[in-house]
Design a binder for this molecule. Structure first.
Ligand code: CUA
Length: 171
């Protein structure tokens, strides 16, 4: 059987496209470091977050030498802390964010970085971030959560080591 030259070129092109699509989808699924919120952070009762030992008093907790845990409640339509007062962490520290919500699904995105998670009622999302030089980051909700979703924002302050003090941690 004779296959026309153009037919062969189109066949090869179509095969290349299929291989390319499979490669990009595979990369997006496993290669880009993107994952669903898993059970690592544990679960909480969204109705009684105020009684939780950490989410009842959200903020920055000392976890080790130069290591911090930041507990954040994302609710309609603010981050606590983050919105009315910034989340404060010291420069050159390793920070694990624990984020949850008492009402609906929110987003927690550190603007301009790849630190980004969903905040799901009942589930605690954890992400660990290495902070460098002192600076400020914006914080955004990226899941539609109601009428003031567009206004749900906050701030992270990376404080110079020289200005960091006890009053900036909860415990
Ligand atoms: Cu919270 Cu959108």
């Amino acid at each position: 059987m004779e296959i026309h030259r153009y037919e062969k070129i189109w066949l090869a092109g179509a095969l290349l496209l299929i291989v390319g699509f499979i490669a990009t989808v595979s990369y997006g699924a496993v290669g880009a470091g993107i994952a669903m919120v898993d059970d690592e952070g544990g679960q909480v009762d969204p109705a009684s977050l105020d009684d939780h030992p950490k989410f009842g008093e959200p903020g920055t907790y000392q976890a080790g030498e130069n290591e911090y845990d930041v507990y954040v409640v994302a609710r309609q339509f603010l981050f606590e802390p983050g919105t009315s007062e910034p989340i404060r962490v010291p420069a050159h520290s390793t920070v694990t964010f624990h984020v949850t919500s008492p009402d609906v699904i929110h987003g927690f995105e550190v603007v301009g970085t790849n630190a980004n998670t969903m905040a799901i009622p009942g589930q605690v999302a954890t992400i660990t971030v290495e902070f460098g030089e002192p600076t400020e980051y914006g914080l955004l909700c990226h899941e539609y959560c109601g009428s003031a979703h567009h206004a749900m924002e906050g701030k992270i302050e990376v404080v110079p080591q020289s200005e960091w003090n006890e009053s900036m941690v909860v415990n």
